[in-house]
Design a protein around this ligand. Structure first.
Ligand code: ZN
Length: 439
């Protein structure tokens, strides 16, 4: 058993207990003990004075391999950004590019204490390999979009099915069945035909797999869907019968009064991406009202090309302040709620709250060690939630553990070589630009 002895544990358990001077015992990747007394038969005690341990953060919506496209085009609106810049470049990405882009993105995530994420992309099996190699945990979906790719709904669904089978095989081979999970990924109401959405509805009902989708992100999406169907995007998916507690909906910025009830009644999980929504000028999601209505809201970065970081500290900070300023109410979306959105709420959204999202006996040991003495912002300590959300940044992350294994320890990566990855990623960028005829 490995035993950690930090000065503070932010558990995020059902009572939201903050434990001082407790021991955490870890065995076979799981938390086996939490208590004031040093556990007997201890092989190794890691003394962590002035350290706070929090559950690994969960990035509930991203496209992790887009590190390669970070900074390619900024300061543009979503549809222009997607159609003119991102999609043409993505068409040139080879499977190996996606692998290295993902591995690079994951190293960035680990640096800010992200231990699990929900992804949607192409060549998604390459992202699964990167997850397996990096040691983190992920729910992965192939971004199905028969409209974008000019494929029939059946052909497009088959690609998702093939990915599911490949993923299950890889998870078995790599002994990573508790780290690699599958979800369906219909891209959006505008990227999929109604027929394809209906296939996912039926398959999800049959198999129980979750559905990961972009929803009501921009006003132009609302306009487009209304012209095509007569409905808003949320009403449209509801009319098809797609919405359920298996649905993980990214963005959900444009919500009409009557639609809050739909989201609540169907049990839809909302994935909030405040920085991406601000940067692409999509708008500000009505998160305070969703929380008030009892809708589960998880926090996410979105892809590194629209954020441009995979940094949970920055995301938490923006999530905590943006709604206050916008609504002129300092009491809404408090720091503790934001930490919930980045941990236990995200675990619920991904359907993994039985194994991650809090520090409790029986859960997986996905832990972040924060060194409060790393800089001036860790003193004095009044309220750990306030400190995490308003004062600290990722430079305070000292060590990160997933499944009881250190992935980042005392500021060093354990499993990846960042320098090699940097060269790979820059090399891919140069090749893409050459191929596209851009210098
Ligand atoms: Zn997205």
């Amino acid at each position: 058993m490995i035993v950690l002895h930090p000065s503070i544990i932010v558990t995020m358990d059902s009572e939201r207990r903050i434990l001082r001077d407790h021991f955490i015992g870890i065995e076979n990747g799981e938390i086996r003990y939490i208590g004031k007394e040093k556990p007997a038969e201890t092989e190794e005690i890691v003394e962590l004075p002035h350290r706070m341990i929090v559950p690994g953060f969960i990035d509930a919506h991203t496209h992790v391999a887009m590190t390669i496209l970070r900074g390619l085009k900024d300061d543009a609106d979503l549809m222009e950004w997607l159609q003119k810049y991102i999609l043409p470049m993505e068409m040139r990405l080879k499977p190996n590019d996606v692998y290295y882009g993902a591995l690079y993105g994951i190293t960035e995530m680990i640096r800010s204490g992200i231990t699990a994420f929900l992804d949607m992309y192409y060549h998604e099996i390459e992202i699964a390999k990167a997850v397996a190699d990096a040691g983190v945990r992920a729910v992965l979906s192939y971004g199905s979009a028969d409209v974008f790719f000019n494929r029939s709904p059946e052909e497009e669904f088959k690609i998702a099915e093939n990915f599911r089978m490949e993923l299950e095989k890889l998870a078995r081979e790599r002994d990573a069945e508790d780290r690699l999970f599958f979800a369906y990924g219909p891209h959006s109401p505008y990227g999929c035909t109604k027929e394809l959405l209906e296939i996912f509805r039926d398959e999800s009902r049959k198999t129980g797999y979750r559905i990961h989708i972009h929803l009501a992100e921009t006003q132009s999406e609302v306009k487009q869907i209304r012209e095509k169907t007569g409905y808003t995007p949320i009403e449209y998916l509801n009319s098809i019968g797609l919405l359920s507690d298996k649905v993980m909906a990214a963005h959900v910025v444009w919500v009409e009064d009557k639609e809050f009830g739909i989201l609540r009644e169907r049990g839809v999980h909302v994935l909030h991406n405040p920085i991406s929504n601000l940067k692409l000028a999509s708008g500000i999601a009505p998160i305070p009202r969703m929380l008030g209505e009892g809708i589960n809201v998880a926090l996410a970065t979105d892809g590194p090309a629209s954020n441009n970081r995979l940094d949970m500290f920055r995301e938490m900070h923006v999530a905590a302040i943006i709604h206050k300023g916008y609504n002129r109410d300092p009491k809404i979306v408090p720091a503790k709620t934001v930490v919930e959105m980045a941990t236990i709420n995200a675990a619920k959204a991904l359907g993994l709250n039985n194994i991650i999202g809090s520090i409790e006996v029986g859960k997986k040991a996905d832990l972040v060690v924060i060194n409060l003495k790393k800089g001036p912002h860790g003193t004095p300590l009044h309220d750990p939630y306030s400190m995490i959300v308003y004062a600290l940044d990722q430079s305070y992350v000292e060590s990160v553990m997933v499944n009881g294994e250190w992935l980042y320890r005392n500021g060093e990566y354990v499993k990846v070589n960042l320098e090699e990855l940097r060269e790979k990623v820059q090399g891919i960028r140069e090749r893409l630009m050459r191929e596209a005829g851009i210098s």
